[in-house]
Design a binder for this molecule. Structure first.
Ligand code: ADP
Length: 309
């Protein structure tokens, strides 16, 4: 199984003609509350593509916590993934404008309570996983312990450091596959003094930064570039450029999660990197052309249709 660490977030999003300015109230065209969080998105994304999925996910003891179990059941994920903590469930609020651009803020809530102790209770499930995935809606201690257990057992780890904070060495040193979007890549660049490409540099312009990230230790660095697609830089080969699938952008929220899930499943199935990237980009495109994330994550039929063009 793929093992996904965290996170669960009650995701509220308003569709607006344009993003509101400070001090301004806008009328929204639509409003959506859905079970979300990067961890849930990764887990659902991978499960829908046919992978067996396991993991750890924290909720609080408030009304929003009640969204989690039905969501896991609906997605055919094991409800045994859930851990309950006193206090609020993670929650997020976002805006998506007419061009599909979005901005959001996420409160971690219970996700921040997942610690090394809960991870150690899951050590056997982590050690026997096909691949372990983590993102930064959970704390460093949980990620570090999960990755340490995984790498000791020879299990590959995928990190999507989003929302971005600089990963400490004990996480970076145990990361096999680093997946970042352009903003996260630029944040890395700024923190490490690496060259960040100018706007419009095109996918190949990211090679220098990808190479700098590779020097941090992973065996593969992938930078996603929204409608420009993605670039991948494996330690043992040259840069690969994956164009985006042309779709009308309705809501870009969750594109990166869908991409990471598609990449993880492709690699766990033993597919070559190029093919896994293409499938990942198709998963991203499937989510971008629809409002919301949970229902937009593709199953194998939707992925095959996107791949066929
Ligand atoms: P994030 O959601 O983390 O910001 P990106 O916006 O880079 O990540 O999107 C991840 C992937 O989803 C991209 O590499 C691309 O393959 C796909 N994608 C994103 N936006 C679009 C778009 N407008 N059209 C087609 N594919 C897209």
């Amino acid at each position: 199984a793929l093992f996904v660490l965290g996170s669960f977030v009650a995701a509220c999003s308003a569709m607006v003609a344009r993003l509101p300015r400070a001090g301004e109230s806008l009328q929204a065209q639509a409003f959506l509350v859905e079970p979300g969080g990067k961890g849930l998105n990764l887990a659902v994304g991978a499960r829908r593509l046919g992978a067996a999925v396991d993991g750890l996910m924290a909720v609080g003891d408030d009304a929003l916590a009640g969204l989690a179990e039905p969501a896991l059941r609906r997605a055919d994920l094991p409800v045994g993934m859930l851990r309950r903590f006193p206090g609020p469930t993670g929650a997020g609020i976002g805006f998506t404008d007419a061009a599909g651009e979005n901005c959001l803020a996420v409160f971690p809530g219970a996700n921040a309570r997942l610690g090394a102790a809960e991870v150690r209770e899951a050590a056997e499930r982590i050690s026997s996983a096909a691949l372990v995935l983590a993102q930064f809606e959970v704390g460093d201690a949980a990620v570090a312990e999960t990755f340490r257990i995984a790498r000791r057992a020879g299990v590959r780890t995928l990190l999507n450091p989003s929302p971005f904070r600089m990963p400490p060495p004990e996480i970076l040193g145990e990361t096999a596959i680093l997946v970042v979007n352009a903003v996260e890549a630029a944040s890395f660049g700024a923190a490490l003094g690496l060259p960040v490409p100018e706007a419009g540099a095109g996918p190949v312009g990211w090679d220098g930064l990808a190479e700098g990230l590779l020097a941090l230790g992973p065996e593969l660095v992938v930078i996603t570039l929204g409608a420009e697609g993605a670039v991948a830089r494996p330690a043992n080969g040259p840069i690969l450029v994956q164009p985006a699938f042309p779709v009308p952008a309705v809501d870009s929220l969750g594109a990166g999660d869908a991409f990471a899930a598609g990449l993880a499943v492709g690699l766990a199935e033993g597919r070559p990197l190029g093919e896994s990237l293409r499938r990942a980009a198709a998963c991203g495109a499937c989510v971008v052309r629809r409002k919301g994330v949970f229902d937009a994550l593709p199953d194998r039929t939707a992925l095959a249709a996107m791949l066929a063009g």
